[in-house]
Design a protein around this ligand. Structure first.
Ligand code: G3P
Ligand code: MG
Length: 248
């Protein structure tokens, strides 16, 4: 099997994360999938931003949930990264899906509801993916175990991943009991045993955030199903190196 290269928040090492610049760039550089994070605005619009607050990645401050989508549109989501990105905006999930639709990309929509458990976020995002006919190539993931349980009703239509960074000898069993159909884990949890157990339970394993050569090679070697990386162009090159070495 070939490990899929998924751009983490877009090509987030080269352009401001979770903006169209980062997604366009990731796609143009050959990423095979995109990962993004969803929070909810005051007027219940799912938007792509990693933090619950605006300070780190925009010209604003305060919580995303306290602003309307229109208010958020006035913010600069690019200057913090580099001046040439000053016209970058926070984008809605709707606009992102419209852009993704004609492209051959796998999608991982991460629900950022582990700190603020946004009401109905699961159903809103699911309905949007359904109306864009993107269910089949998307994984919904979350660190929030209660949210995984709420997502179980969609399991026949869309892959549901439990996200975790915590060591647990019974992780696969734990995820299975929650009702997840995939496992998204921090790279330090990668082991031959965990990948095997997960695959035996028919659960794909994807790993975040894998930016270093050594860690990438480890994931390729263990047959991880995907890696989330800020540097998809490097991951693609190193995967070629891995495949070349394997033939020797
Ligand atoms: O979805 C994988 C990864 O993005 C989870 O962590 O904090 O980068 O969203 P974080
Ligand atoms: Mg994420």
């Amino acid at each position: 099997m070939t490990t899929k290269i998924i751009a983490h928040r877009g090509a987030s090492k080269l352009a401001p994360e979770n903006t169209m610049y980062a997604f366009e760039l990731a796609y143009n550089l050959g990423a095979e999938g995109l990962e993004t994070d969803v929070q909810l605005t005051k007027d219940h619009i799912p938007v792509l931003i990693h933090d619950e607050t605006l300070k780190r990645t925009t010209s604003g401050s305060g919580y995303v949930k306290d602003f309307t989508y229109e208010q958020l549109q006035r913010l600069d989501a690019g200057s913090w990264f580099a001046p040439e990105f000053r016209d970058a905006k926070i984008i809605s999930l709707e606009d992102f899906l419209t852009w993704v639709k004609p492209k051959d990309l796998y999608l991982n929509i991460e629900l950022k509801n582990n700190k603020i458990d946004y009401n109905n976020l699961e159903s809103m995002v699911y309905d949007m993916l359904k109306s864009h006919r993107l269910l089949e190539r998307t994984t919904l993931s979350t660190f929030n175990p209660n949210s995984v349980e709420r997502l179980v009703k969609y399991k026949d239509d869309i892959e549901i991943a439990y996200l975790t960074s915590k060591r647990n000898p019974n992780l696969v069993e734990h995820a299975r009991r929650l009702g997840a159909s995939a496992l998204h884990i921090k790279y330090r949890l990668v082991s031959e045993q965990l990948i095997r157990q997960s695959h035996d339970a028919n659960m794909p394993v994807r790993v975040y955030t894998v930016n270093k050569y050594k860690h990438m090679m480890n994931c390729y070697e263990h047959g991880c199903d995907g890696i989330f990386t800020d540097v998809p162009y490097k991951a693609l090159t190193f995967r070629k190196v891995f495949q070349f070495k394997k033939q020797l």
